[in-house]
Each structure stands twice: as C-alpha cells, then as structure tokens.
Design a protein around this ligand. Structure first.
Ligand SMILES: NC(=O)c1ccc[n+]([C@@H]2O[C@H](COP(=O)([O-])OP(=O)(O)OC[C@H]3O[C@@H](n4cnc5c(N)ncnc54)[C@H](O)[C@@H]3O)[C@@H](O)[C@H]2O)c1
Length: 269
C-alpha cells in the first residue's frame, strides 16, 4: 500500500485512539503510534501490518518531555507529518468533588488532558508550517461543553483543549493547517466500559439519557477523526464536534432528591 500521509496518534493502541490508528492505516497513512502500554501498542501495530498497513510505535508516556521528543524525532525520520491526533486524555485520577480535590490531582489532570496537547503540537507544528499543510485533531470531551459535577478539573482542562483548538486554528490557518477537536461522550472503551458504567442498573434506562439509546462504538469516534483529517473536511477548522449520541442536545444532570449526589438517570431525580 502506498503511503498517503504520515499521521501521529497518541494513545493509539486501544479505545478511540486504537480505532483511529486502524482507520488511518486502512486509508493508507503511515501511522506513528504512541502509547504508554507497550504490549497493546505492539499488538495494534501487528494487526495493522497484517492488514497491509504501515505503523511505527513510539512507546512511552506522552506526558513525559522525553516521549514527546522521541515522537518528534521519529516523525522527522519518517517524513513530513501531515496529521497529528492528540488523543490521550483521562478523567482519572478523579476526586469526590472539587472541595476534596488536591493540587497533586490538578497537576496530573493538567498533564494528562492539556499539557501534552500543547507540547506535542508545539514540536510538530514547525514542519507543518514549513510545508504549508497539516491537520490536527484534539480529543476533548463533551464535559468541556457542559458542566459535570465530580469532574470539575477534567472539565476545566478539556475546555482548555477546546479553546486551544479554536485559537490555534485562527493562528495557523494562513499556513494551510487545520485544527479541530472532537468531544466524545459514552464511548464503550477500556477507559469507560459500557457494562461497568451501567453496573447493576437497568440497561434499558440508557435510552432515557442518550437520544440514540446506546453507548458509542470506538470506531464511531474514529470515523469522525478520519473525516476531520481528510480532504473532505478541507474547509473545516477551529471546531469541536460533539460525538455523543445526542447527549449534549439532551443534556441534563439531576440532583437526587435524597441528597445523595447527582444522577442522569431520571428515576433517581
Ligand atoms: N471513553 C469516553 O466515553 C470518552 C468520553 C469523553 C472523552 N474521551 C476522551 O477520548 C480520549 C480517548 O479515550 P478512550 O476512552 O479511548 O481511552 P482508553 O483509556 O480506552 O484508551 C486510551 C489509550 O491511550 C493510552 N494512554 C493512556 N495514557 C497515556 C499516556 N499518558 N501516554 C500515552 N498513551 C496513553 C492507553 O494505553 C490506551 O491505549 C481521551 O482523551 C478521553 O478523555 C473519552
């Protein structure tokens, strides 16, 4: 398969990132896959290569400066980078609420959700500017666009990702570089398995919360990333696209009448 583009995917082994690595490789991209889980990264790379695609792994925690430098150095060897998908993000470590959160938790949240997006983009951008083309997609969260009790810090840093996406798009548009984001909700992934999130509640109640009535498959998010990094989106920049089965449109967290926290299952309201 002839290589069409060089594309970096952080957290590219599993979940939405894994599905994205597969999709981009299938369309002919040489995928530079970064992941902290070395074994999972090797498995995904092997699957891609068995499929006839091309994948190079840079293992390591993307919140480490050294990993960012190794990703950038490997990208330089592979050729000009066309696509950067800043996918890594995590709602953990979570605190019970903001009152019980600690500066240590804020720091890790900042590293996992915002700082690496800036540092890897900063490392990759000069090559894109020099070449006069590039597409960047950041993975934010729907919680950047609505309030979520219990995940205040995660929400704040992801709102930073959304603002970064908008402002950078304005700065670099003249260089032919597009910058967009997706805002997922309810991906059935390793981080948020649907079975675990539903727990012992009636799975049928999911439809009272999600207009499309189900959790999303990781490939449904990857498809949107594929679109945003393709020429089909050549006039789309600066946007954050919710991929949420309609939850933002329907949004509503309800305080429980028994005072025991919040719920989005209306039977508890
Ligand atoms: N799952 C959801 O419903 C959901 C909702 C909103 C936003 N998101 C966002 O989507 C993105 C992907 O989520 P997911 O559910 O697919 O996650 P996941 O945890 O299922 O997969 C994440 C991948 O990234 C890797 N990874 C984790 N930390 C890393 C690090 N520091 N450095 C390098 N690799 C790392 C993991 O090993 C794994 O391969 C995240 O930014 C997350 O915040 C997910």
């Amino acid at each position: 398969m002839a290589v069409q583009r060089v594309s970096i995917v952080t957290g590219g082994a599993l979940g939405i990132g894994g599905a994205t690595s597969h999709r981009l490789a299938r369309r002919g991209d040489l995928v530079l896959l970064n992941d902290v889980d070395e074994a999972a990264a090797a498995r995904t790379a092997a699957e891609i290569s068995n499929d006839g695609g091309h994948c190079v792994v840079v293992a390591g925690d993307v919140t480490d400066a050294d990993t960012v430098a190794r990703i950038a150095a490997t990208a330089d060897e592979l050729g000009p980078v066309d696509v950067l998908v800043n996918n890594v993000g995590d709602f953990r470590p979570a605190a019970r609420d903001f009152l019980h959160s600690t500066p240590e938790q804020w720091h890790r949240m900042h590293q996992l959700n915002l700082a690496h997006v800036l540092s890897l983009t900063h490392a990759v951008l000069p090559g894109m500017v020099e070449r006069g083309r590039g597409a960047i997609v950041n993975n934010a969260t729907i919680e950047a666009l609505r309030g979520i009790p219990g995940h205040v810090v995660y929400s704040a840093y992801n709102a930073g990702v959304v603002a970064f996406t908008k402002s950078l798009a304005v700065e670099v548009g003249r260089h032919g570089i597009r910058v967009n984001a997706i805002a997922p909700d309810l991906a059935d992934s390793e981080q948020t398995p649907a079975a675990l999130m539903i727990g012992n509640r009636d799975p049928d109640r999911v439809r009272t919360w999600v207009p499309l009535g189900r959790f999303g498959h990781v490939d449904e998010y990857a498809r949107v990333i594929e679109f945003l990094t393709s020429d089909a989106a050549s006039y789309v920049t600066g946007h954050t696209l919710p991929v949420d089965g309609g939850t933002l449109a329907a949004s509503g967290w309800y305080a429980r009448v028994d005072g025991k926290g919040w719920t989005n299952f209306p039977r508890h309201a």
